[in-house]
Design a protein around this ligand. Sequence first.
Ligand SMILES: [Fe+2]
Ligand SMILES: [Fe+2]
Length: 293
Amino acid sequence: MVNGHSENEIVSFCIDKALEDLPAMPGIIIRVLEETEKSEPSAAVLEAIISSDQAIASKVLRVVNSAYYGVQGRVSSVGQAVVILGTKQVQNLVLSAAAMSSIPTRGVGQSDALRSFWTHSYATAAAAQLIAKAKDLPSVDSETVFIGGLLHDIGRLFLLSHFPDLYDRAIERASDAGGGLEGYERVFFGTNHSEVGAAVAGRWSLPEQLVAIVRDHEGPFKDEASVPVLVVHCADALAKTLFGTDDKLLKFDIDPVAQDWLGFGTQDFRNLREEASERVEQASGVFGLLSAA
Ligand SMILES: [Fe+2]
Ligand SMILES: [Fe+2]
């Protein structure tokens, strides 16, 4: 108790305050999203939007010139990058770059935690895209689940960045208990990363489908659950067995409704796991580039 307030009340006040102080999603992201969501996005308009932000433009160029894309010769203009990558890829890049720099990270010694956070997020995004392909979903859903996968645990990043010591204690307790990190988030923060993430996504005015993924990805599900949320849930379950904030804490835990919908057998899961882990390996260079200032 401090001045008649319980620790939980103080933490919840601090969470509200930190949410209020969170920078709004930069206007450039909103404009990129608006353009790429059109049925025929214009490469010229995208080029103009991206070129107006020096930091984002240079990240896009750094990434397109990285070994990951294997482009012959040097790409020196954003216009060329948009043509090479395609509008949807550019949208993913810009959103990822913005998400990574929008949450201020404090505390020394967090870089490992952050690295494994983004590895888990990217693994989820890659697995989600593979599931979308296996289930023959339209390409618009495939892009949504990729970004959704990347951002699904944004609430965890928020808690981890703003309350590193408290979050460490939650991890420790869950580790001692052999799992149940979400439950310990509730104990220490009076909320969990899905609720906090939904607040962050709302603050950024992300499209409703993305907000739903962030809010509902942990399940449980009823039969009428939305497909992109189910995809990200399954991808997350798989990614937890690959890499993660802490492998032992995040066990493979797939919701029965989601598993039914997915209809994967053991061999399908094994293949998916292998492909997703390959993609993560290939992309780790890109992520280094994106998270650099
Ligand atoms: Fe999660
Ligand atoms: Fe996750």
